[in-house]
Design a protein. Structure first.
Length: 130
């Protein structure tokens, strides 16, 4: 169970880490972080800063699906330790996703997205199959 909870915590932190990276690039590109109109400033970002912001948005989406899948597993009363490996692979795929997004490595980024998405579908399948 601790592995699953740790994986969820890491998934929760991923959008925050991307936001911090985006803030770094906002400061680097504009010389300041506009906290009064952050979304306008983010919309003007280019390069890795823009990609960090996009990665953040995708991390929120992945977190919603992963959380829902874990909730479904929990609601069915399945043993959480039985999905620990899937959770570790999910987190690893998401880390690779962020790194590839920042580095603009599109093919590997897409593959890592598909792996993490597939894991969420697998978790839902396990919850349905009981």
């Amino acid at each position: 169970m601790p592995t699953v909870i740790a994986s969820l915590l890491i998934a929760v932190m991923m959008p925050q880490v991307c936001a911090w990276m985006s803030g770094y690039f906002r400061y680097k590109q504009f010389g300041q972080v506009d906290n009064k109109h952050p979304r306008l400033q983010v919309a003007q970002l280019e390069g890795p800063g823009h990609r960090a912001s996009a990665a953040q948005q995708n991390c929120w989406e992945a977190l919603a699906m992963f959380s829902a899948a874990l909730l479904a597993i929990h609601m069915r009363g399945l043993v959480l330790d039985s999905i620990a490996t899937l959770c570790i692979v999910f987190v690893a795929a998401r880390v690779v996703y962020i790194i590839c997004y920042l580095a603009n490595i599109d093919i590997v980024r897409s593959l890592s997205f598909m792996v993490s998405f597939g894991i969420c579908l697998t978790l839902f399948y396990k919850a349905l199959a009981g």
